[in-house]
Design a protein around this ligand. Structure first.
Ligand code: ST9
Ligand code: ZN
Ligand code: ZN
Length: 341
């Protein structure tokens, strides 16, 4: 019976709990997203992932040390280029093209983006876009894979270290993924991911410095691969953690996603997260087309000029202004809107 349950679990104000005979002491009560119905949820840590991520971060720290003390400058430049390219595979590819369909791309650009995306190893595009669509639809509820209401650590990396909340899978079933399933290139990446990903994320980045400019295997592995991969992952995760916590909310003060310049710079333009959650179909993922803090927009605009990207979707300024006036936190007028149409 619930009244004899141990303290530390939430059971106030819950009329349903009276007949919950399956309640276990080690289970945590959580609020579901779409209804007032509560369910029981037990955190299940995936120790394999914990060990892999601990190794990755230790190897990355060693890589950072080697970068300062012994690696060739070409190796650091190579690592930087891989960070930018794999980042674009996430931002221009998995995120703006495939998860949100905010523009269309011809096949040579799609092939380039799938290669860049595979270097990033953030799961294949199908899985990435599936989780991301659920994230937008059920933002900051238990059905959000990286629900920021569960704190910085969970939304940053913790969500990859444990089994998903059942709401993610249940609500996720209702998400339309037909467009991704019909994309032959994405299905090819998904089918051969366990061959393609080790090659593009680990083998190719490590081999190039050794054969092209005589780098040592040790420097190559720890700098160009371990440091570069872990660094890029963390820059991506900051969008889910920092940009869901800190920054201004000029478009909607009622949601947590915020405008965060630091994250925007490091995540190639994906830190303008208040705007993005309000207008997710805008290919810029930001109101302003400022390339310095939005490299991805510059990348898409370049390919639009040569005709490989087309049907770029955006939002009319009048709609943005109306929304900011209705739900913004009052900081909208401080932004520069010069050159906007
Ligand atoms: C990584 C991803 O790091 C990072 C994503 C970040 C997203 C950021 C977004 C922000 C905006 C964009 C900013 C970009 C900035 C970029 C800057 C670059 C500089 N819907 O997952 P499973 C079902 S990955 C519907 O195994 P478990 C489905 O049937 C890092 N259904 O759940 C599935 O089976 P299948 C490298 C769903 O067992 C089944 O459930 N990768 C959904 O709970 C089981 O799914 C890793 O480390 C859904 N959403 O395990 C791997 N989800 O797939 C880590 C699931 O066969 N992952 N289902 O269809 C894992 O090990 C596991 O997923 C787990 C959960 C342990 C976390
Ligand atoms: Zn978000
Ligand atoms: Zn998004």
């Amino acid at each position: 019976n619930i009244t004899s349950a141990p303290t530390g679990v939430l059971f106030e104000n819950d009329p349903d709990l009276g007949d919950d005979s399956s309640f276990q002491p080690e289970q945590v009560k959580t609020q579901t997203s779409s209804s007032s119905k509560e369910d029981t949820y037990r955190l299940r840590i995936v120790w394999r992932n914990v060990i892999l991520f601990v190794y990755l971060h230790m190897a990355a720290l060693y890589g950072a040390w080697l970068m300062i003390t012994s690696a060739k400058i070409q190796t650091s430049i190579w690592a930087y280029l891989l960070y930018q390219a794999s980042g674009l595979g996430i931002t221009a590819g998995a995120h703006r093209l495939w998860a949100h369909r905010s523009y269309k791309a011809k096949w040579p650009l799609r092939v380039l983006l799938v290669i860049f995306n595979t270097i990033a190893f953030e799961n294949h595009v199908y899985e990435w876009a599936r989780d991301h669509r659920v994230h937008h639809k059920y933002s900051e509820t238990n059905a959000d894979p990286h629900n920021a209401k569960r704190g910085f650590f969970f939304s940053h990396v913790g969500w990859l270290l444990c089994r998903k909340h059942p709401d993610v899978i249940e609500k996720g079933k209702g998400i339309d993924l037909k467009d991704l399933e019909e994309d032959k290139l994405l299905m090819f990446q998904k089918k051969y991911y366990m061959l393609l990903m080790p090659f593009f994320c680990f083998v190719f980045p490590t081999v190039i410095p050794v054969y092209c400019w005589g780098e040592t295997w040790t420097n190559s592995w720890f700098v160009a691969t371990m440091f570069r991969y872990t660094f890029t992952l963390n820059m991506t995760w900051l969008v889910n953690s920092a940009a869901h916590m800190w920054g201004q909310r000029p478009y909607d003060k009622f949601i947590n996603p915020s405008e965060n310049l630091g994250v925007a710079v490091m995540a190639l333009g994906e830190g303008w997260h208040n705007y993005h959650h309000v207008f997710p179909w805008d290919y810029k993922t930001a109101e302003l087309g400022n390339y310095r803090a939005n490299l991805t927009t510059g990348f898409i605009d370049f390919f639009s000029k040569i005709g490989w990207a087309y049907d770029l979707k955006t939002v009319p300024l009048s709609m943005v202004k109306k929304r900011a006036a209705r739900t913004g936190d009052g900081t909208y007028e401080n932004h520069s809107h010069e050159g906007e149409v």
